[in-house]
Design a protein around this ligand. Structure first.
Ligand code: ADP
Ligand code: MG
Length: 253
């Protein structure tokens, strides 16, 4: 794995008296899919938005590709891809027009059809955002993160609310993006997703990182500590049954 592309040191975030992030430190290597895992309210989005320059921190240091968040936020903005708020998806514009609009904001030249192709939405080029299925909406949202050809993209719970087929389809897309050299920081509270998708994960609970490692090593450590699953481990789970019966093909295209 390559060099360190993100470094977070002793990050704190207070909302009034409430401390949502309590001094977390971690680093992300270039080309990784790095997962921030945790229950609702753990501080995942807060941490992500601070790294994205969208939210002010209370204290601590953040470096993105060597740029200090305090002194060089604009340099950071140029090399990261951020999911835009859906409120920016003007209802009267179709997907092509939205991409042209966003590309203009980033001052980038982008071929909308090539970009839509990369997220499997070329045939929806003339559709409006509200006409898309849940999976298609997420794929479009990911396309918008790629407009400025970023080195790092941040995805906040991209698969929440999707059906199993759409979820797998999105995992494939995220792997493709990484295969092109882009570092991916993703939040999720689905552990199966983190296990198959992430190279390394940080588990956050109540604003603190309580574990950080590869999914494999975390599982091995737990097993070595004497942990045993109460239930007999079967060779498949209900989701396997569901996918086996209904197929992997996407339904929403
Ligand atoms: P997660 O993304 O892990 O669900 P968040 O980062 O959204 O967690 O929130 C962490 C905690 O901070 C939660 O308790 C949440 O209620 C609180 N919080 C988030 N944003 C704000 C805000 N703007 N003002 C006050 N409290 C907030
Ligand atoms: Mg969140």
């Amino acid at each position: 794995m390559g060099k360190t592309i993100i470094e977070v040191k002793e990050l704190h975030k207070k909302y009034g008296d409430f401390e949502a992030v309590k001094g977390i430190s971690f680093s992300v290597q270039e080309g990784e899919i790095f997962g921030l895992l945790g229950p609702n309210g753990a501080g995942k989005s807060t941490t992500l938005e601070i790294m994205e320059t969208l939210r002010a921190k209370t204290s601590g240091d953040v470096f993105v590709d060597g740029w200090n968040l305090d002194t060089s936020p604009n340099d950071i903005k140029k090399i990261i891809g951020v999911q835009l708020q859906t409120s920016g998806y003007y209802p009267s514009l179709n997907l092509t027009e939205l991409i042209v609009l966003f590309a203009g904001l980033y001052d980038e030249e982008v071929d909308p059809l090539v970009l839509l192709d990369s997220v499997n939405l070329r045939d929806k080029a003339k559709a409006k955002y509200k006409e898309l299925s849940g999976g298609q909406k997420q794929r479009f949202s990911i396309a918008t993160t790629l407009i400025n050809r970023p080195r790092i993209i941040f995805l906040d719970e991209p698969t929440t609310g999707l059906d199993p087929q759409a979820r797998r389809n999105l995992w494939d897309l995220i792997r493709e993006i990484r295969a092109k050299g882009t570092t991916v920081i993703i939040t999720t509270h689905y552990m199966d997703e983190a296990e198959v998708l992430c190279d390394r994960v940080a588990i956050i609970d109540s604003g603190k990182i309580i574990a950080i490692n590869t999914p494999d090593k975390l599982i091995d450590e737990l097993v070595e500590s004497g942990f045993e699953k109460r239930k007999e481990v079967k060779q498949a789970n209900l989701e396997d049954v569901f996918i086996h019966l209904t197929g992997k093909a996407l339904r929403d295209d």
